[in-house]
Write a new protein. Structure first.
Length: 167
């Protein structure tokens, strides 16, 4: 990938840092934990806003870990994880959506600093994802950027459904 395209991808990743915080601004605990109605459809999703934001924080931890492993280790192993098991078994409803959103912001800003400091050769390195096979840093970024954006569309749809659109 040309350096200019890579720079644009890193910039897009970095710009996502504060999107989760903005997406939950002004919501109460009840708003955050309200599950959408079963018939709300795929554009709303099945998780509460709380679950989505905590999931996004867990995903950011995984993405950052993969990026760092690929950059730093030879033949890095990139472990998959079962997002539904995390939601079911890690007390997402008892965690803080605000802290999770802050974690997303910190991880993205810190990882963007790392990415901008890496030599070009680091972007040619690959790790081996346990399900997807070989992945480069660019591959991980290419998944991380739309992952956040896609899940935040669910948050905004849930807000709209509850009559509390983001301002």
């Amino acid at each position: 990938m040309p350096a200019t395209d890579r720079s644009s991808l890193i910039d897009a990743y970095d710009r996502g840092a504060d999107l989760a915080t903005a997406a939950i601004r002004g919501l109460t605990a009840d708003d955050l934990n309200r599950l959408p109605p079963p018939d709300a459809g795929p554009d709303v999703g099945k998780w509460s806003i709380q679950q989505v934001i905590v999931h996004l924080a867990d995903a950011e931890v995984a993405f950052a870990d993969r990026i760092k492993r690929i950059a730093a280790e030879d033949e890095a192993v990139l472990q998959a994880w079962d997002e539904n098991r995390f939601v079911e078994r890690l007390a997402y409803e008892k965690q803080s959506a605000q802290d999770a959103a802050a974690l997303i912001a910190l991880i993205r800003r810190q990882t963007a600093r790392i990415l901008r400091a890496l030599p070009d050769a680091a972007f040619d390195r690959k790790g081996r994802h346990s399900q997807r096979g070989p992945q480069s840093i660019t591959d991980v970024l290419g998944y991380a950027v739309p992952h956040l954006e896609r899940h935040l569309t669910f948050v905004h749809a849930k807000r709209n459904l509850a009559g509390k659109p983001a301002t």
